[in-house]
Ligand binder design. Structure first.
Ligand code: SF4
Length: 700
């Protein structure tokens, strides 16, 4: 009998990074626990990470490639061998491209989990296919791109150094160890005495213990940010030597934010004026101070300007590149993403993008998924016939769910690779069984801006015929005629990525992680990587591209008689986006979708706790279950994101019933620079639902 504890890192439950120890006996997963020796997670592991074995050993895992036999969505499948599955992929993509060129095929991925996202981009670029749909426009890219134009790098909170204040904006790092690294370090900073300001419409865990909780009206982050800038400038709380030496455009910024005094900002954000002033003073006077920002700031139609204002707050207070402030996290010495994805092999890529005329989007590596689905539906600017979907379930996770379905049904060929059958996969022609992170060697956090990569060595082989995504892409790429651009086996991909570090994968796995150099005040020698070499408070690049070079405030959603509430949303703690509702140990903790409603609102509408509630917007209606709480404003409704019901396969998983994305889109505003859809602050109505959906308490 062989028995071994294997050290690895969590994945596919978010970007993944918590250190895990996995007990394997005779080639079988037995136990999983947090790795107390891990440098970043320090023995923390959330319930999702601990459910890794429940996921890997789940009876509903896809184990063989499945070819559709009956009409789309009828659930009639034939199990086929991989050779045949790959032949079908090759012939469908080749025949579409023979007629319509590389623009006639497309790819789609959700959050990057490991190397698979980059190998997908590699295949697309080698094919010269511009259509890779993803969610970058609502996740990280608004922050990264606006930081790039303002100061030339993406400023991450510097938890490696002591800090005196954390301004936590649109994030709750106590619910999980966000990205495997942030939650534990946030808690440590508080224990070491850092002050805390929380910007959140919900009285979250951190908000309960914060020095200041700013209960913001959803969608008004841009207004609050310029209000804080106003106080800091008008009260002279900025770092004058830094501003004079290292910024441009102070006078223009000052003029732009002058109208936004605390009283004015209070009217729009719902935050008392004195609290806005106190927050500005606390953040500006507590040097060093950091902004820990979550992707809730990237879910509105004025996202770009919001993100820019937050970078300007870091800059004005002298916290950019300061220890304990927001710093540059240099990537470790591994292959650069641009090389791995063969970016140079696709000259003229930007001119072919379906969204080439859209703001800064052409600077991204992907197309906002909603634009891809619109372009499939409208056959504009070209017809797309084939789509390969990897590690995502856009029918649930992409805005405007009905449009997504129409687009999927319009395709000649749809292939989906996933761990479980999903509503999106159910409409596919070909479904491919993917491996979980415990079943293949991978590199985590690659290409993310945190300046490190984690080793994720495998613990066991995948069940049945499940394959790692990187193997599927590697084998497919070779069959598409790119033999010299792909590798003998997927393990060679890992060796190639690690080559600059001089480490083999085994040596990397033994180390656990690689991090890049951490520097402070590097601008004193090199300047900032902007056209002026300084932090551009007045952005020359935005001006050149035709956008406001100073922060602006957008038009905020208003309520009316028909839609008297503002809808915002949350991601349930025990799932990852739309995934894993079939895992019993997680589902028992959150058995059904809940909508948070203030008790006064509920009683006025005759809604009792735990009863079904119909939520309606101009886009559609869904049903979720009432959770009554005084932690939100009576005019705000918090719905759950990502719901479908794996136990209801005979009803197409009841994918519409509680799906938040039935409520989004429908011609709403989008950020003109990044294409971000309005996902928060949507006017809505609620009422008692007349019928209770047949909700089973246990999954199959
Ligand atoms: S916090 Fe994220 S990385 Fe850590 S165990 Fe949970 S899902 Fe995994």
């Amino acid at each position: 009998m062989s028995e071994k504890w294997i050290k690895t890192h969590c994945a596919r439950f978010d970007h993944g990074g918590c250190g895990l120890e996995v007990l394997v006996k005779d080639g079988k997963l037995v136990k999983i626990r947090a790795d107390k020796t891990d440098a970043y997670s320090e023995g923390y592991c959330c319930p999702k990470g601990l459910a890794g074995i429940d996921r890997a050993c789940h009876p509903a895992r896809l184990r063989q490639p499945l070819l559709r036999r009956g009409p789309r969505g009828e659930g009639e499948w034939e199990a086929i061998p991989w050779e045949r599955a790959l032949d079908i992929l090759v012939s469908e993509f080749r025949s579409a491209m023979a007629g319509g060129g590389p623009e006639s095929v497309a790819f789609c991925q959700g959050a990057p989990r490991g190397l698979e996202f980059f190998i997908l981009l590699r295949l697309a670029n080698l094919l010269n296919c511009p259509n890779v749909g993803a969610a970058q426009h609502v996740c990280h890219m608004p922050r990264e791109q606006m930081a790039a134009v303002t100061c030339g790098f993406f400023p991450v909170p510097d938890y490696d150094s002591p800090t005196r204040c954390v301004l936590l904006w649109g994030s709750d790092p106590q619910r999980t160890n966000e990205e495997g690294i942030l939650g534990v370090r946030f808690q440590k900073a508080l224990k070491q005495g850092a002050g805390l300001i929380v910007v959140d419409p919900l009285k979250s865990g951190p908000a309960r213990t914060a020095d200041l909780w700013l209960q913001i009206r959803p969608g008004t982050d841009d207004l609050l940010a310029v209000g804080l800038l106003h106080v800091i400038i008008e009260e002279g709380l900025f770092d004058r030597p830094f501003v004079e030496r290292w910024t441009t455009g102070f006078a223009e910024l000052r003029a732009a934010v002058r109208p936004f005094d605390p009283a004015t900002v209070s009217l729009g954000t719902g935050i008392p004026a004195e609290r806005i002033t106190s927050a500005a003073r606390l953040y500006a006077k507590s040097r060093p101070a950091m902004i820990h920002w979550g992707n809730a700031v990237e879910h509105s139609a004025n996202t770009s300007q919001t993100c820019r204002s937050l970078v300007l707050l870091m800059a004005l207070t002298g916290n950019l590149e300061a220890p304990g402030g927001n710093v540059k996290a240099e990537a470790p010495n591994v292959m650069r993403p641009a090389e791995l994805i063969c970016l140079k092999q696709f000259p003229g890529r930007i001119d072919k993008l379906p969204n080439r005329t859209w703001g800064l989007i052409p600077r991204l590596l992907t197309v906002p998924n909603w634009i891809l689905f619109h372009s499939i539906l409208d056959a504009s600017p070209y017809a797309v016939q084939c789509l390969y979907v990897q590690a995502t379930n856009p029918l649930i996770s992409c805005s405007e769910a009905d449009k997504v379905l129409q687009a999927l049904l319009k395709l000649d060929f749809l292939a989906v690779a996933d761990i479980f059958m999903t509503p999106t996969a159910a409409f596919a022609d070909l479904v491919l069984p993917a491996a979980t992170h415990l079943e293949y060697n991978d590199i985590g956090h690659y290409g993310l801006p945190h300046g490190l990569v984690f080793a994720r060595p495998k613990a066991v082989d995948p069940p049945g015929d499940a394959w790692p995504d990187i193997r599927i892409l590697n084998e497919w790429g070779k069959r598409m005629g790119f033999g010299s651009r792909f590798w003998d086996t997927e393990d060679r991909i890992l060796e190639a990525v690690l080559e600059p570090s001089g480490l083999t994968y085994g040596a990397f796995a033994a180390k656990g992680l690689l991090s890049g150099p951490r520097t402070h005040y590097s601008y004193r020698e090199k300047g900032f990587a902007t056209p002026s070499g300084k932090v551009e408070l007045h952005s020359s690049l935005l001006e050149q591209w035709g956008y406001s070079p100073v922060p602006t405030v957008g038009v905020h959603a208003g309520t009316d008689e028909r839609f008297p509430f503002l809808l915002t949303s949350r991601k349930p703690r025990f799932f990852f986006h739309s995934a894993y509702r079939q895992i019993e140990s997680l589902r028992e903790r959150t058995p059904r979708p809940t909508v948070m409603i203030h008790p006064d609102t509920a009683s006025r509408l005759g809604i009792a706790a735990g009863t079904p509630v119909r939520i309606s917007t101009v886009s559609g209606s869904v049903t979720q279950f009432a959770e009554l709480t005084r932690d939100i404003d009576p005019e705000v409704i918090f719905a759950d994101f990502g719901w479908w019901f794996p136990e209801r396969a005979d009803e197409m998983f009841a994918w519409k019933e509680s799906n938040l994305n039935q409520l989004t889109g429908a011609g709403g505003p989008t950020d003109p620079i990044m294409g971000t859809v309005q996902l928060r602050a949507i006017p809505c109505s609620i009422e008692k639902a007349e019928s209770v959906p047949a909700m089973k308490s246990r999954t199959p």
